[in-house]
Write a protein that binds this ligand. Sequence first.
Ligand SMILES: Nc1ncnc2c1ncn2[C@@H]1O[C@H](COP(=O)(O)OP(=O)(O)OP(=O)(O)O)[C@@H](O)[C@H]1O
Ligand SMILES: [Mg+2]
Length: 460
Amino acid sequence: MGQKGFSWRSFFACYGKVGDSPSTGGSAAAKRVAKQGSLRRRSSFSDAGNPSPPFSPEDLSLSLVGSNIHSFTMAELGAATQNFSASLLIGEGGFGPVYKGYVDEKLRPGMRAQPVAVKLLDLEGLQGHKEWLAEVIFLGQLRHPHLVKLIGYCCEDEHRLLVYEFMAKGSLENHLFRRFFASLPWKTRLKIAIGAAKGLAFLHEAEKPVIFRDFKASNILLDSDYKAKLSDFGLAKDGPQGEDTHVSTRVMGTQGYAAPEYIMTGHLTTKSDVYSFGVVLLELLSGRRSVDRTRAGREQNLVEWARPWLNDPRKLNRVMDSGLDGQYSVKGAQKAAALAYQCLSHAPKNRPLMKSIVETLEPLLLMDDIPTSTFVYSVVEAADDRMEGDAAKKTQGKDDGQRAQSKENGHRVEATMESGRNQHQHHGSRLRIRQRPKQINYTDTALYRNSPRHNRRRGA
Ligand SMILES: Nc1ncnc2c1ncn2[C@@H]1O[C@H](COP(=O)(O)OP(=O)(O)OP(=O)(O)O)[C@@H](O)[C@H]1O
Ligand SMILES: [Mg+2]
């Protein structure tokens, strides 16, 4: 961790005790907090990151007492996932592999029987512990219908795991960009955009606002009814306090989604999330990835390519996903595109607030000027998982459940502002960690061009 005076051992000794008996509250301090009930205030991640008073490890554990988060053992999570069986692997991102599992009373008395997703920290990851802690602190305390529910965690020896409610339809990224998935209908896309916007609005409007910082299609998970929930709070940050207008941070996020001023200055605001929301909205409209190296020249960067057409109703059809086969409300699409345009403004102050984004999007669901549909069925033979656009959109396939995937797109980046030396780095997979950091300039284009994952995909 490199945090002076902050002992993981003491933190977890305390933390584990409390978490082991969430209902009874093992310690006197736990009982004290249990009594306080809903009067609890959310503890900041920065509080936990700062080892000095007033925040002690005990305070950190206390902040989770009333949240009903379970502390699991490795043996229990092994039992829940058939010993992390490869057949239950449902995905893999920067943090590590994700398995489907099942928990019930047999595992833990009183535990509601339910499927879960178990995320296992890749132990060679550089930022792993900190991201794991951020996830536990934020998701342990924040509850909202559009945030994925954290059921528990495991902290045993060097192992760090997270246990979430299982989201039956996986990530939005899978549905928009992967073969095997049928093209999402227009109203489902709107529903997803609205759900995700509500999640962000909740974070931004909280008593202690939270900046999500890694809003992207792969971090929007979908339940069986396509209700969208935000996941991955590993990079989340407490918003500016008092008179401050921004939070200064290292530049971390994902290429193609991070706001340009944030990349250039390291100044983080809730408007950085609004920009990222604009990128995802554009992905929903166009069915294209924010960065796609398989496309020609200027089409590789979705925002730069689409921006000129977004505010022009006569040219918007150039941007719209052909996988929709014209089955969308033209007026609704124009309004959504104009909204995306605003979110993608270069000047953060011109970007709307998340709550007004929700207000703009919700009425679009009622617009019924959608042409009657003709069912199109086509089979695509190509085996390339990176197949994009038209062909992928028209592929008829399994619309349910999950498939194991390792990450191929959406590159996490990190740059150290303080040092003046700009580092660009993946963390998560072993391959990524071993790559030498690359130099970047703080401009979009330089950032996009220096994508290690892209290089890897091309065999570099
Ligand atoms: N709660 C969950 N329910 C169902 N599937 C999940 C859940 N959490 C994650 N997944 C699956 O695991 C995949 C990997 O998720 P993960 O958050 O680790 O990485 P990512 O978001 O794809 O990439 P990154 O590390 O860059 O954020 C997701 O795309 C999704 O398919
Ligand atoms: Mg994720």
